[in-house]
Design a binder for this molecule. Sequence first.
Ligand code: PEP
Ligand code: MG
Length: 540
Amino acid sequence: MEQYKGKSIFNGIAIGRIKYYEKNQQVVKRVKVEEPQEEIKRYEEAKEKAIKALNNLYEKALVDVGEANAMIFEIHAMMLEDDDYNDSIYNIIKNDCVNAEFAVATTGDNFSRMFAEMEDEYFKARAADVKDISERVINALSGYDMGNGVIDEPIIIVAEDLAPSETVQMDKSKLLGFVTRLGSANSHTAILARTMNIPALIGVDIERKWHGKMAIIDGKKGILYVDPSMDILEKYLEKKKREEDGKKLLQNLKGLPDETLDGKKIKLYANIGSVADVTNVLANDGAGIGLFRSEFLYLEKSEYPTEEEQFQVYKTVVQNMAGKKVVIRTLDIGADKQVDYFNIEKEENPAMGYRAIRICLDRVDIFKTQLRAIYRASAFGQVAIMFPMIISVDEIVKIKGICEEIKKELREGEIAFGEVELGVMIETPAAVMISDQLAKEVDFFSIGTNDLTQYTLAIDRQNAKLDNIYDPHHPAVLRMIQMVIDSGHRENIWVGICGELGADTGLTEQFIKMGIDELSVSPSFILPLRDIIRKTKVFS
Ligand code: PEP
Ligand code: MG
């Protein structure tokens, strides 16, 4: 048994087998083979495996994100059956007597180049798809068949680093936990782990040779056990059972109001990144969704999601929440959430760079597509929209103008939409300092303490070296929160917290006493927070 220390980003226990994940690991070598027929057989088997995985993904996506989004997996499966694609692979293997991996990689490159050179936009876009399916088959050939989310059995992922776009594509039902060498506790990959309820450690000296071994993640102590002894395994199985019993106890709080002993009501909402997370919100009895990080929809795709695709996703979330409020945060890419097809130039300092509302107000077509989809979804329930990274009143005036244009277009097209509240995310010191003016323009504030801490303390939240001084409890941050609550209340608008600090149970009582109206947290924190709210007295 080996034991390693790391930094915990979610404090549960995970027990399972390790899968070592190497990104872009297809450095495919050309290997001469004696028996090309054997390679063709290997290719056929890998292809069948890939098609099976794609069909499974299609079925799952159908439930999670609807037909329009699921279709891509069906298309990929069909592309793998394409005669020209397959003939090219067979010919390369037979004529050059080479390994299947090399034939697939060469065919993938050739076809992708051919598509990229076409005039037609539709065919141009297929270039990425051919690359994708080829990588999938190569992964299957080399035994690492979890690329792009395909995981066969429940596993613990061990990797150098994981980008949010990789994490979001993994099959959550099979992901027991993950362990990385790199990454920071405040990154979006860490936030995703918390949202998905997945025990995770960072800063661990990981090794490739662990692939296939049994492991235990102790998220509370920040320990990873590889090849645990029987004693330790039994101890942790017992601990895990106790953890689950504790969760069951909290289930008794379901259906009870989020109200202090002296009657102050708090809106206890959830943060989500996908349709699939809604199940968790409902299972934990969230009163609404206070932050839908819509950018994960863009991160999952290889081209801009259309209005219709987005509409289907927002509508599904709104309908599943059955009349409860859903606050959708408009696209917040940039910084650690990079999307290739946006073609954003590399920046020296992306956290302070071209991100979020700055992109949306610059590329208004993308912004309008998203807003139309959200407004259309508002016909199916209670929808609110909030805007990230605001630093001026001018921005909010422009945004409101664009929303009015959208509403006018929808009215003219006789397309239904509902009443939509508009809010600002307060996550820059500038927004805090002008919160009195912003409060006159919008219906609510939601404080993004993750970025607010980053910008107030001048600490890059991605920089693992500074994790120890990234302190959301800093008096500067707490004073800013008070200032924002007061500014909001003077204009009679509600004020919430949607950053990770909202889930800090050590601060819940203080937040309530400061006057907070809403806390939006990862679904698994809802019931522990309800427990505290119901034991708190505002006026002692
Ligand atoms: C925040 O900054 O606190 C926030 C909620 O947004 P994100 O973490 O997605 O940047
Ligand atoms: Mg933020």
